[in-house]
Every structure is written in structure tokens, then in C-alpha cells.
Design a protein around this ligand. Structure first.
Ligand SMILES: [Fe+2]
Length: 388
């Protein structure tokens, strides 16, 4: 049912990150750093972009404005706790004032962890969980170069514990960026694979935030606009990665979806993506995208039809509209070449038990699903996708 037909439930909304959005806003970064009186800055930047003129220019502008930079390249697509302990050595004893992350979700998450580990001296694993930091955390500035992860506004940073084969974050209000520069021009350099994975991640955020048990009118409004923009503009980006106006729409839509997620909950598709990342190396966004249609299909079978309200222009009964939404999503996924089978990543029936038990550890996310979702439902979906 459209929430406008119900009495408005109470909700709380706050945005603690100061956002600068728009093509070219990166040029305001030196001024913002100066205004905050930050002199010594740590920078974590994705190694794939470090030599591009745009980013060399950004770093030299910071230096020209008086910042002293300590730069570390993020070379890993899914950072591990071991990689954090290695990277932190570059930032030790530098008396840093702030940390800037430039890159995709991994570089931003690594910057968040570095901001923690400068003054919190235990091994990185000690800070896994929520609010485990006893010492101050440096202020964080996020400069995303992909559109979709939402990391620029979330109080989370995810890492893999490769000993325990678990993915768990360093989380807490202190790791939420204080400032974020969302400059769509920076996403033009993002290649097809990460562009698709990040944008698909944003769609998972929006759809699951929209459907979560704890959704609210604010999250729903943001999710609707987020999905609408990404659905409309992503095909144009895929056709021409340099289409700046399409990149702007995708970045704005993905940002709105990140806000929706932050003010609601996640769901089964996000939960199922974690074991796929930890055991099979599938990027988080792509993982969630693989599972999302199956979760929607299951929910529709259970009589959950709210999906029809997510994009404008659908008509019919509530069930028909929900199925039309699923058709739209499936068509977009086909265009983006989102895989439909898990076998190609090496997951076979032998791996299903571990996969399911790892998924069940994220019971909090599963419980957000509008219809009951437990081991049985997870197993049905995974087995079906193995045999596709
Ligand atoms: Fe995500």
C-alpha cells in the first residue's frame, strides 16, 4: 500500500555529513580543508586513479593551499583487516588532522579505518563491531569516484577477516564522514565493471530500504527518487561512460538511495551478498544485484506488492504493478549483464551449507524483509541460482 494512504508514522531524520554535490565541486576541497584548519592530511586513494591528471591536480591543489599530505594507495578491491594493519604504518606518527578517502567504496572504507587506527593502536581487528574505539578518530572527508556505495554518508566501513572468513565492519558515528564531495565528473573515469556494480548496489539499497520493516516516509521518498533516476540514467551511462549528465543523475540517485538506506534498513539481498564476497570474491554491489530479483519474486509470491510504487507510470492491480517493477528491473539487469547463475563464481551444492550459515549471521537484515525470510528461503534462492 502507498504510505500516503496510511497515517504518517513517526520518524527521525538527520544528515550529519555536509554534502557538496555537483560537477566540479572538488575544486572547493582545498578551501574546506583550510577553513577547518587542517594542515596535515592523510589521503587514501584508489591505486587505479592515482596517476590520472584529475586526481594529481586535486592533490596538488591541496598542497598548494598549504596541506601537507601523506598519501597511501588502496590496492585491494575488498580490503582485509590484515591489509589495514599494513596500510596504517604509512600514517603512524604523522600528527594528522584529518583523513581523505578518494575512490570507490573500498578506498573510502579504508580511509575510515585509517582515521580510526591513527590513535587507536590495537590491531585493526580489535575495532571490529560497533563503537569499539576508545581514542579519538580523525575527521573524515569522502570523495567518491563511483556512484552507489553510499559510504560517503554511512557510519560503516566493511572489511574481510580472511582468517575467520567473515566480513564485518568497523562501525560507529565517528567513522561517518564529516564532509563529502560528490562530484559526478570524478565518476567519468570509473570503468564499466565498477560503474555497474556500484549503481546496482544503489538499487539494492533503495529497494531494500523501501521494503524494510523499519522503513518510513522519508526513506521511501528518497528511495523512489533514487531508483527513478538510476533506472532512467544508467542505460545512458552504460552506452557512453563519458555522458556527464547521465553520470550526474546516477550519482544523485545513488546518493539518495544511500540516504534511504541510512534511514531505514537493509534486507536479504544485501545479506546474501556477504558470503558471495567473502568466499567467492564477488563485488558487494554485484552480489546484491544477483539476489535482488529472487528476493522480490519471493516477496510478491507472499503477497507483498509495494514494489509497484517504486517507479512512476506503472498501472494495473497492486500485484500486476509489482510484477511490472520486477520486469523493469530484470530488463535493466539483462542490459547490465548481471549474472543469473552462481555456478560461474565456483559456488556449488558443496558450498551451500557454509553459504547459508554465513547468511544467517546477518539475521538482523533478513528480519527486515516484509515477509518471513529465514534459512529455508535463503537456501531455496541460492540453490535455484546455482542450477540456473
Ligand atoms: Fe550495499
Amino acid at each position: 500500500m502507498h504510505e500516503g494512504l496510511k497515517a504518517l508514522p513517526p520518524f527521525t531524520f538527520s544528515l550529519r555529513t555536509k554534502i557538496r554535490f555537483g560537477s566540479g565541486v572538488r575544486s572547493d576541497l582545498p578551501e574546506a580543508v583550510e577553513a577547518a584548519h587542517w594542515k596535515k592530511i592523510g589521503v587514501v586513494i584508489d591505486h587505479q586513479i592515482i596517476d590520472l591528471e584529475t586526481f594529481k591536480g586535486l592533490l596538488s591543489d591541496l598542497e598548494a593551499a598549504g596541506s601537507r599530505l601523506t598519501v597511501e594507495a588502496c590496492r585491494i578491491s575488498e580490503p582485509t583487516y590484515a591489509s589495514l594493519d599494513k596500510a596504517r604504518q604509512s600514517f603512524a606518527d604523522r600528527e594528522l588532522d584529518a583523513m581523505i578517502g578518494i575512490g570507490g567504496g573500498s578506498a573510502l572504507d579504508m580511509a575510515k579505518a585509517m582515521a580510526v587506527l591513527v590513535h587507536n593502536r590495537e590491531p585493526a581487528l580489535a575495532y571490529r563491531g560497533f563503537d569499539k574505539m576508545a581514542e579519538p578518530v580523525l575527521p573524515i572527508i569522502a570523495v567518491p569516484t563511483t556512484a552507489g556505495t553510499g559510504s560517503e554518508v554511512t557510519p560503516n566501513a566493511s572489511f574481510i577477516d580472511d582468517q575467520a572468513k567473515k566480513k564485518l565492519g568497523i562501525n560507529g558515528e565517528a567513522v561517518r564522514p564529516m564532509l563529502a564531495f560528490l562530484d559526478p565528473e570524478l565518476t567519468v573515469t570509473c570503468p564499466m565493471g565498477p560503474t555497474v556494480s556500484a549503481a546496482a548496489d544503489s538499487v539494492v539499497h533503495a529497494v531494500e530500504a523501501y521494503m524494510a520493516q523499519k522503513t518510513n516516509p522519508m526513506a521511501r521518498t528518497l528511495a523512489r527518487e533514487g531508483v527513478r533516476r538510476v533506472f532512467a540514467a544508467l542505460p545512458r551511462v552504460v552506452e557512453n561512460l563519458s555522458d556527464l549528465s547521465a553520470r550526474e543523475d546516477v550519482m544523485f540517485g545513488a546518493f539518495l538511495s544511500g540516504l534511504a538506506l541510512m534511514h531505514s534498513g537493509t534486507g536479504p539481498a544485501a545479506a546474501l551478498s556477504y558470503p558471495l564476497g567473502v568466499h567467492y570474491g564477488v563485488p558487494h554491489g554485484l552480489g546484491g544485484a544477483i539476489f535482488l530479483p529472487s528476493v522480490i519474486e519471493y516477496n510478491i509470491e507472499q503477497g507483498v506488492y509495494d514494489y509497484g510504487d517504486l517507479v512512476p507510470g506503472l498501472s494495473g492491480t497492486a500485484e500486476e504493478m509489482a510484477r511490472l517493477f520486477l520486469d523493469r528491473l530484470t530488463a535493466l539487469w539483462e542490459m547490465l549483464d548481471i549474472p543469473r547463475d552462481l555456478g560461474r563464481f565456483g559456488l556449488s551444492s558443496a558450498g551451500v551449507e557454509t553459504f547459508i550459515s554465513d547468511t544467517m549471521e546477518l539475521k538482523g537484515a533478513l528480519d527486515q524483509n516484509p515477509a518471513p525470510f529465514g534459512e529455508k528461503q535463503a537456501r531455496t534462492i541460492v540453490e535455484r541460482l546455482i542450477n540456473n
